[in-house]
Structures are given as structure tokens and as C-alpha cells.
Design a protein around this ligand. Structure first.
Ligand SMILES: [Zn+2]
Length: 526
């Protein structure tokens, strides 16, 4: 028996040796500066891929591969992992996600800000079947759950409702959610007491999930909000993340120093709190969410309409809107609010709230802009872009070691509407503007914030690092040329400087073109 096995092995060997030298690897990227995702300094090596995994990394690998690509000294890094995206806006129409791939992103996570499809299972199954270029996974949204169980009303949940909501989190976690997202700024998240979030967070904790929060207030109460995000982590017994960490409103600028001190203090006592951030001083959400006080949005469309129709209440709403324009997302001036997408009037797209106010025959004062805002919401509303953050806060948050990069973007249809440029530029902007031009981060640390750090947050320990055995999500870019080109007035422009993007071992982008490959996978929390 032993002799027969030996003979078979011998025959096998001789067959393998017969044809011309067998390719040892499927793909070999040579002449690379490897930035491996750990934050360590780059090293010169070749990266070999076989199947969907990295087979070897070294500077004297055998040059026998089905395909050899000369990186010509460019950086080779793990594919970027984006923990906060609204990818369901576009993944079905644009399953190649070129805006993401062309800036090196190979994994996008959906379900942010307390908002996800429910139940999550069928949504994930559908994404699983979709032929796509990128890997995709999802959080489960607390706001969506509360909306389904209680509606968009401002009251406490009953014990039965808590039970229903925790059961829904439980199901979503078993379906493969990476954790619980909250949008405590939005309706109905804003009606949720912290203790209720903690009850739901405990369920996500049992499955090893994490919590990520679009905080209740990133403006005047930003420090209270950071304390709340930390409290949810502590009370829920799970990692907790301040998502798109920012400080809104001129009067609040500078408070990132205190916010980060709270993060440091919490981490020092053992709370696993982290942040993510997009590198822009403007945010984006709907005009209604950003500029209408939450109390005026309670109870859905009919309730809103009734409030707006009552002249006394309307005055109160307008006062609230004026305050939001003056002190919060309005950035203190109607020209700091820009329309990203207006369903009821496409011609408003790209214009500012000041433009729209003038077009209605009014001086663009804050009071008149409030009137215009309410009118816009009554017409059906728009998506907006809000210029209300400071560069100093942005840089301070970006530098913090517990901040990772995430876009908060979507998958736009090229040329349509006026989306926030973060969808096209986030990762390239960090590498171009904040690494090369301003030296805010080292290249290696920036890559860590895009790869191994988010991978660890998600528990995706087979991605985010260049290591033999890891999944072969790999990007190649020129650190002297990488840059974002998308702007607030001309957002549909792809990032530059990337020459190759590989997902699960298959090339999805090269020579400036998306390839026909669709190797993206649905990722579930294990
Ligand atoms: Zn958000």
C-alpha cells in the first residue's frame, strides 16, 4: 500500500514536470514598495497571488506566474475597507462601484446611521447573488428597527417593544450583520433614550458585533454625544465607534480636542472606542434632517404637514430652521448650504440655499433662507451639502491614532445629480492632500487607517493586511500622483494615481479601465 502511494506520487510528479515550466502563482506583482497595512515602513518585495489569496511576499520569489505585473516601484497595499457607506444607493445599478474601486476601495459596509433594510437576511442574500466588483457587508440599523416597531414618534418603548426590537437585532446578527448602527441625530433615532440603545447593543455584543453611531448632536452638544457613544459601548459591552467624527458649527469649532480627550480617557480605562472620518469640511444629508428641528418632523408626513399649516407652529418651525442655519449645519450663511439632488426640481442641483432664496425674490438673509428651506421641504425636499466644519478639527481628528477613514458615500451614477465628492475622493484625498501635500499622516499610517484598522473593527482578520494566506484584495498606486479630483461643484470625477485593483485575486481595475471580472463577495460576520 505504502509503495503504491509512493508510486502514484512519483507519477504525479513526473506528469507535473512534463509541460513547460508550470506557473507557480496566478499573479505576481513585482518591483513593489509594499505597505502591508500594519503601519510599518514600506519594504521592497514582490507579491504573489494564487486563487483568491496571497501566496507569498518576498524579494526573491520565483518568477513563475501565469501573469506578472511590474509595479515599477509603486506602492502595493491591501485593498481599502470602508466601514461607513450608503452603497445600497447604487450597488444594484452600478455593481462595479467604479467610484470606490478607482480610489482603491475593495470592501464597503452598508447599513450606517441607524438605517438598514429589514429583515436584513433577504437583503444580504440578494447582495450575495449580485455579480459585483467589491466585497460588501452590512450593519443593522437601530432607527429602522424602532421605526418598524414603534413608528417615528417621540416616546419610550414598552417592555414588549424592547423585546421585539432586541429579537430583530438578534435575527440580523444571526444573518451576518457586523453590528448595530445608530443615527441618534435622525428621526426616529433621536427619540431613543440611551438605555434603550444599550439594550439593543447588548444583543449585538453577544455575537461579537460593534456599535457605530451617527451621534445625537455633532454641534453644540458634541461632547455629550461623545460621552453617550462611549456609554453605549460601556453599557452594551461592545466596541463603539463615533462615525464620521466631526464638529459642526463655528461656535463649536475646536471642541474636537475635548472630544478626542474623552476618547483617550475611555480607551485608558478599557473601553474600545474608535472613530471614523471623511476628509472634507462639509457634510451631506437631507435638507429636512439637517435644517428642520426633529420635533417638527415627528410622526411622519401627515403630522408634519399639519404642523406647517398651523401659522403659530409654522413660526416656531421657522425659528428652529433659522437657528439650524445660523448655528449648525447651515454654517452661519445660506450660501454654505448646497443642493446635492432635488427630486422635485433638478435645476436646483448644485445651487446654494442663498441662490434658491434669491430666485424666490427674497434677500438671502437667514430668516428668508428659513422660509425657502421650509418651502423646499414641502415640495418634497432635497439632499444637501453643508459647509460647517473647520479644517483644524478635521486634521486633529484625522491625526488621532484611533481614527480610521470611511467615506459615508454612495455609488452615484456617473454624471447624475451633484453628490458629495466623498463618494469619489475620500481615500485618494487622504493620500494626496493629507499625506503627500500636507504631511499630516505618514503614508504607512494612512494605509493602516484604511486597511488593518477597519478590518479589525469588523473582525475581518483575513483582510486588511498583506500576508500569505490573507484574501488577495490588493491595490497599486503611485504615491507621487495619487489625488482626488472630485469637487463640490464638479463631483463626478474619478480619483487618480491607481493603476491596479485586485479583489479576491481577480483584477477588477487596470490600465484606467474597469475589467469584466465580478469577484466581489458578500461578507457576513463570523
Ligand atoms: Zn451619518
Amino acid at each position: 500500500m505504502v509503495r503504491r502511494l509512493g508510486l502514484l506520487a512519483l507519477v504525479g510528479l513526473s506528469i507535473a514536470a512534463l509541460p513547460a515550466p508550470q506557473a507557480q502563482f496566478d499573479l505576481l506583482i513585482t518591483n513593489a514598495r509594499v505597505v502591508d497595512g500594519t503601519g510599518s515602513p514600506w519594504f521592497r518585495a514582490d507579491v504573489a497571488i494564487t486563487g483568491d489569496a496571497i501566496a507569498a511576499i518576498g524579494h526573491a520569489l520565483p518568477r513563475t506566474a501565469a501573469r506578472v505585473i511590474d509595479a515599477q516601484g509603486a506602492v502595493v497595499a491591501p485593498g481599502f475597507i470602508d466601514t461607513h457607506t450608503h452603497a445600497r444607493r447604487g450597488i444594484n445599478t452600478n455593481p462595479t462601484a467604479p467610484n470606490y474601486v478607482r480610489q482603491g476601495v475593495t470592501t464597503v459596509i452598508e447599513g450606517p446611521d441607524g438605517s438598514s433594510p429589514l429583515p436584513l437576511g433577504p437583503f444580504l442574500d440578494e447582495l450575495d447573488r449580485l455579480q459585483k466588483s467589491v466585497n460588501i457587508g452590512s450593519m443593522v440599523g437601530q432607527g429602522s428597527i424602532r421605526s418598524a416597531v414603534i413608528g417615528s414618534v417621540n416616546r419610550r418603548a414598552t417592555p414588549e417593544e424592547i423585546q421585539k426590537m432586541t429579537a430583530m437585532v438578534d435575527q440580523a446578527m444571526r444573518d451576518g450583520a457586523f453590528g448595530l448602527s445608530t443615527g441618534l441625530f435622525y428621526v426616529p433615532g433621536t427619540f431613543t433614550p440611551t438605555e434603550e440603545v444599550i439594550e439593543l447593543a447588548k444583543v449585538a455584543a453577544r455575537y461579537g458585533g460593534f456599535h457605530a453611531s451617527h451621534q445625537r448632536d455633532d454641534a453644540s452638544k458634541v461632547l455629550d454625544s461623545v460621552r453617550e457613544t462611549i456609554a453605549i459601548g460601556e453599557g452594551g459591552g461592545l466596541p463603539t465607534q463615533i462615525t464620521h467624527h466631526k464638529v459642526i458649527g463655528k461656535a463649536n469649532w475646536g471642541r474636537s480636542a475635548d472630544a478626542l480627550r474623552l476618547v483617550d480617557e475611555a480607551r485608558a480605562r478599557g473601553v474600545d472606542v474608535t472613530s471614523d472620518q471623511y476628509p472634507y469640511t462639509a457634510s451631506s444629508t437631507s435638507i429636512a434632517s439637517a435644517l428642520i428641528p426633529a420635533w417638527a418632523l415627528e410622526g411622519g408626513r401627515e403630522a408634519q404637514r399639519a404642523r406647517f399649516a398651523d401659522s403659530l407652529t409654522r413660526e416656531k418651525v421657522l425659528d428652529g430652521v433659522a437657528a439650524m442655519i445660523r448655528d449648525e449645519r447651515g454654517g452661519g450663511d445660506p450660501k454654505n448650504v448646497q443642493f446635492a439632488n432635488c427630486g422635485f426640481d433638478a435645476s436646483l442641483t448644485g445651487k446654494t440655499l442663498a441662490d434658491a432664496t434669491r430666485a424666490r425674490g427674497l434677500e438671502p438673509t437667514i430668516a428668508n433662507a428659513a422660509v425657502t428651506t421650509l418651502w423646499i421641504v414641502e415640495q418634497g425636499g432635497c439632499q444637501g451639502i453643508f459647509h460647517a466644519m473647520s479644517e483644524d478639527d478635521l486634521i486633529r481628528i484625522l491625526r488621532h491614532p484611533a481614527t480610521m477613514i470611511a467615506s459615508d458615500g454612495e455609488i452615484p451614477t456617473f454624471g447624475r445629480a451633484n453628490p458629495h465628492p466623498r463618494s469619489y475622493g475620500t481615500f485618494a484625498r487622504v493620500l494626496g492632500r493629507y499625506v503627500r501635500e500636507q504631511g499630516v499622516l505618514t503614508l504607512e499610517d494612512a494605509i493602516r487607517k484604511m486597511t488593518s484598522f477597519p478590518a479589525a473593527r469588523l473582525g475581518l482578520l483575513d483582510r486588511g493586511l498583506l500576508r500569505p494566506g490573507a484574501k488577495a484584495d490588493v491595490v497599486v498606486f503611485d504615491p507621487t500622483r495619487v489625488r482626488d479630483t472630485a469637487t463640490f461643484t464638479d463631483p463626478h470625477q474619478y480619483a487618480e494615481g491607481f493603476s491596479l485593483v485586485v479583489v479576491n485575486g481577480a483584477v477588477v481595475f487596470e490600465n484606467g479601465q474597469m475589467t469584466p471580472a465580478r469577484p466581489g463577495r458578500l461578507l457576513r460576520r463570523r
